[in-house]
Design a binder for this molecule. Structure first.
Ligand SMILES: *[C@@H]1O[C@H](CO)[C@@H](O)[C@H](O)[C@H]1NC(C)=O
Length: 493
């Protein structure tokens, strides 16, 4: 019996404890449940009827109601089962924001018994939020001279979920120029930073597209991304470069004024002012600067004056290209002027007889001529000749001198004067020529015996005839000139 009593006693005790616990809970008026957030409406939260030891069938008859604290009724009691159910979809992050323990309270009122039970429902977190960036795209600007290791803060992602369901780490994808560093802030928050891993070159890549990925630790994990666009800012890291180290130009000397002889070009891959090239003469003679004009914008070299090969047949100009950041390059422009047959050979009579005695021996020099053609090469090679069939010929003297000499004895009685045409022509194509006429009078000598027309002449002269002397007058001027000419000729030979 003892054992039976003892067995009964134990059962009584358990029952008693149960009642006491229920009474205690009722006294405190609290029931605690937990339910994950985002459960569909009507999800089971807790078996309130069982936990409170309420009789189920007449539950609704006895006027049992659940009232939530706020305006929204999140929970409802199922009349037949006595289960506490969700009456709304519950979003923990919306309800509690940053509060870690999210508890909703409601009261169960049993009207028939005039009792109130407090129910606390903890809403547990699920990974319903992905990390997200406030801006899906972020533009960064970085100079191409930025040092390797330079750090730029990146936008941070937020994930309102809790603990593992919240943001765990970042990843960066893009190119080898950038890497990612994540600093931990004082509050344990993660701060992503962009680290320059390789030197930038705007001329190689002006933009870099990167993707920053933020991940949480949920299962499955959720991610959020932000596009990072890095614009590389130009630095004047490129000097202008001429397309040629030397420009060689051949220009005909008759090229018209205003013609473009050559255009020098330098390129600079930099941007804006850093890549804007201006041209100028660096070293140039005063004369060349008067002949050539350099366009500072286009690099075109134009002719300001007529070229004259006979003055200068080549010019060397040094041209500088300078960018807006003061980096420069120089080039040489060699201009060679080529000859054009633009000069007529010139004949100058250095000395000439105007009269010659008819008994002058052959080879008598009657004129000394100088011929010159300012052109060069074949264009400047002169040949001389005499026109017509004349008793004179040309003899080449030293240099560009020619002598006109008599080819045979002259006969005044046959021809008393000659117009000797000397013609000079150059070797150009077509040839240019000029001529000079030498007028020569043949003087009489007494080569014919006088023949009287009459046997006898009778003259009557008055005594004091004053002009008697006139008969004796000598043509002194002529003689004098002849002497002078001879002196001149002697002087030249
Ligand atoms: C020579 O030229 C002059 C002037 O042109 C002319 O008067 C004269 O008749 C010419 N003489 C001969 C022989 O052609």
């Amino acid at each position: 019996m003892y054992s039976a009593r003892r067995r009964w006693g134990r059962r009584q005790r358990v029952l008693l404890w149960g009642v006491l616990l229920a009474a205690w809970e009722a006294a405190w008026g609290q029931l605690r449940y937990s339910v994950p957030e985002e459960m569909p409406k009507g999800s089971f939260v807790g078996d309130v009827a069982k936990d409170l030891g309420l009789q189920i069938p007449p539950l609704s008859d006895r006027g049992v109601r659940v009232i939530s604290e706020g305006r929204t009724q999140y929970f409802a009691l199922h009349g037949k089962t006595g289960h506490l159910m969700t009456a709304e979809r519950i979003d923990r992050e919306q309800l509690c924001r940053l509060v870690e323990k999210c508890v909703l309270r409601c009261e169960l009122i049993v009207e028939g018994e005039m009792k109130v039970y407090e129910i606390q429902v903890e809403i547990t977190d699920i990974n319903d939020n992905a990390p997200s960036f406030r801006e899906a795209e972020k533009d960064l600007r970085l100079s191409e001279t930025a040092a390797i290791g330079a750090r730029i803060p990146l936008p941070r992602a937020l994930d309102p979920d809790l603990r593992r369901n919240s943001l765990q780490n970042y990843e960066l994808s893009g190119d080898e120029h950038f890497s990612l560093a994540v600093q931990t802030g004082p509050g344990g928050d993660q701060r992503p930073e962009l680290v320059l891993a390789k030197a930038l070159d705007r001329e190689e890549a002006a933009f870099h597209e990167l993707v920053l990925r933020a991940m949480d630790g949920g299962d499955p994990a959720r991610t959020g991304t932000a596009r990072i666009r890095v614009t590389v800012l130009d630095a004047n890291d490129n000097a202008p470069v001429f397309s040629q180290a030397e420009y060689t130009v051949r220009v005909a000397e008759d090229v018209p004024v205003g013609s473009v002889l050559v255009t020098v070009t330098a390129t600079d891959p930099d941007e804006g002012l850093n890549g804007q090239v201006k041209y100028s003469f660096q070293t140039v003679s005063l004369k060349a600067s008067e002949i050539f004009h350099l366009d500072s914008e286009t690099g075109a070299i134009t002719l300001l004056q007529n070229l004259d090969l006979e003055e200068d047949n080549s010019y060397e100009l040094e041209v500088q290209a300078r960018d807006g950041g003061d980096l420069s390059d120089t080039t040489k422009v060699a201009i060679t002027v080529t000859d054009v047959n633009d000069n007529v050979p010139e004949i100058s009579v250095r000395s000439a007889l105007s009269e010659i005695s008819e008994d002058a021996p052959s080879e008598t020099v009657v004129a000394l001529l100088h011929v010159h053609d300012r052109d060069s090469g074949a264009n400047g090679e002169v040949r001389c000749s005499l026109d017509g069939d004349v008793p004179f010929r040309l003899e080449s003297s030293q240099g560009s001198y020619y002598r006109v000499v008599t080819a045979r004895e002259l006969d005044r009685e046959q021809q008393s004067e000659y117009n000797v045409t000397v013609r000079a022509s150059d070797g150009g194509w077509p040839a240019l020529q000029s001529s000079r006429v030498l007028a020569l009078r043949v003087l009489d000598v007494n080569d014919n015996a006088p023949v009287f027309s009459q046997e006898r002449y009778i003259m009557q002269i008055s005594e004091n005839h004053a002009s008697c002397n006139e008969f004796e007058e000598v043509p002194a001027g002529v003689v004098h000139e002849e002497i002078l000419m001879e002196r001149k000729l002697v002087g030249f030979f």
